[in-house]
Design a protein around this ligand. Structure first.
Ligand code: SF4
Ligand code: SF4
Length: 312
């Protein structure tokens, strides 16, 4: 059964597959409520194309990361594999319940998900409506959690997305990885164009949403010179120095339209997940990743516009 799952998922396009017995999950974990009879959680990891990040790295193409690295992965590729795996399990007489991240549901009352338009999010949902995807990925042996909260895998570093299948089949577990990738270098913190990651690694989701959407003009080739004209601190916003609260963030986000959004409420990422990119470059440079490429990710010095270009 395990071998059949591994071979099938690989054939369908999953890059990583891991198995966690339900006993590995703490009592408070949502997986127990989602499927009380579950015995195993199957984790599926999918690489996000390095080429999709490279477009933003070079400033040459932006929407491919959002459409091919986020939207199509979450809405098409990953659900398809988890559905096929679930069908395989049910064909064998077991129950199967696929778990994809619902991008528009948040447990916290006043938080947000940078990958989704803030006004399309349903907040204050009970914790048990959605499992903790990073916790599940670690318990399934797919990787470890880095300093800034992203899943890091040996193969693709942070360039990876996950979904899961809960089943009442008992399957031999995958060992949990001993964390060894994150060395605390803080490149992820330094890489964010909006200072959304604090020195202790905590992410401010509203600050992230503003700068994920391109509020830093020094890293945004689509921003006009008179951007944010109605904001007193427009130069602080544009240089990535502004500290925003949720209310200000909403106001800024309403004034952001640099690129057409993808479907399913996914706005175009202008930062290109610079935190993950910096982490990836660091892990690649120190030879920590097992998937190698013929050329390094970063090929030249990072480009930046000048704040003077926005002074009027
Ligand atoms: S950039 Fe450095 S500190 Fe941040 S997650 Fe990666 S390895 Fe850890
Ligand atoms: S680099 Fe982008 S995704 Fe990462 S924390 Fe900053 S704004 Fe958010």
């Amino acid at each position: 059964m395990k071998q059949q799952i591994l071979e099938s998922c690989q054939k369908w396009g999953a890059d990583l597959v891991g198995f966690a017995p339900i006993a590995r999950f703490p009592e408070c974990s949502a997986v127990h409520k989602l499927m009380p009879e579950a015995k195993t959680v199957i984790g599926l990891g999918f690489r996000v194309l390095r080429g999709a990040y490279r477009g933003i790295e070079e400033g040459s193409t932006y929407y491919q990361y959002t459409t091919m690295g986020v939207e199509n992965m979450e809405e098409t590729v990953m659900p398809m594999v988890s559905l096929r795996l679930s069908m395989l399990l049910e064909e064998e007489g077991y129950l199967a319940l696929p778990q994809r991240r619902h991008q528009q549901i948040m447990a916290q009352e006043n938080s947000t998900n940078p990958e989704v338009a803030f006004d399309a999010i349903y907040r204050n949902r009970p914790q048990e409506t959605q499992m903790d995807f990073n916790e599940a990925a670690v318990l399934c042996g797919l990787g470890e959690i880095g300093f800034h909260g992203a899943l890091l895998t040996e193969e693709f570093g942070p360039f990876v997305r996950t979904c899961f299948v809960l089943t009442d089949a008992e399957i031999e577990p995958t060992p949990v990885k001993t964390p060894h990738l994150c060395d605390g270098c803080r490149e992820c913190v330094k890489g964010c164009p909006g200072k959304a990651i604090a020195e202790d690694g905590t992410l401010d989701p509203w600050q992230c949403a503003v700068y994920y959407n391109g509020a830093n003009g020094l890293k945004n080739p689509f921003m006009p010179p008179d951007a944010f004209a109605d904001f007193e601190n427009r130069l602080a916003i544009i240089s990535g120095e502004a500290k925003v609260d949720p209310e200000t963030a909403r106001k800024i986000l309403k004034n952001i339209y640099f690129y057409p959004p993808a479907q399913h409420a996914y706005p175009c990422s202008i930062c290109g997940r610079a935190c993950d990119v910096r982490c990836y470059i660091h892990l690649e440079e120190k030879g920590a990743l097992t998937k190698h490429f013929r050329t390094p990710f970063r090929k030249r010095e990072e480009w930046k516009f000048k704040i003077e270009d926005f002074e009027s």
